[in-house]
Design a protein. Structure first.
Length: 149
């Protein structure tokens, strides 16, 4: 078994928690009681597929191989999430929606009449609304692949 280069901490019950850096801002937390060799448990429900993919990325990193990309979000979804965070940060900092639109969508100043009918105005409003929903717990959906019900 290869050596795991990770940050390690101990809990009150004696379990070891290992935080392994997968690269690209991704981390994996492993709980190990120190008794048996580390093993991955995968639930047999539909979420098990997501876990298998995460384990595959972990093993690739652990053995020095190329890490497969995380497929839970598309490039467009990542870009939208980034815009949502930017919009919400601007909103919390006291920026007007028009100022937020100018930064995010790289547009110049717009007259009051143009702003009232602008599609960018509605886009900013939706970004802030969706960011609030994410902050209220919707971010948990990001951990799973989209699947038909």
């Amino acid at each position: 078994m290869p050596k795991i280069d990770a940050a390690v901490s101990l809990s009150a019950d004696g379990s070891t928690y290992v935080l392994f850096d997968l690269g690209n801002g991704q981390h994996l937390q492993i709980i190990h009681d120190g008794v048996a060799p580390a093993a991955a448990l995968v639930p047999l429900g539909i979420e098990g597929l997501d876990r298998l993919e995460a384990i595959h990325r972990f093993l690739a990193a652990l053995h020095g191989r190329a890490i497969p990309p995380d497929t839970r979000l598309t490039r467009q979804q990542r870009a939208r999430l980034r815009r949502m965070l930017q919009a919400f940060d601007g909103y919390r900092a006291g920026a007007t929606r028009q100022e937020i639109a100018q930064v995010i969508f790289r547009i110049g100043p717009i007259s009051r009449d143009e702003w009232q009918t602008s599609s960018v105005r509605y886009a900013v409003k939706t970004l802030i609304k969706d960011a609030r929903a994410m902050i209220a717990g919707g971010y948990l959906k990001l951990l799973r692949h989209r699947r038909p019900d």
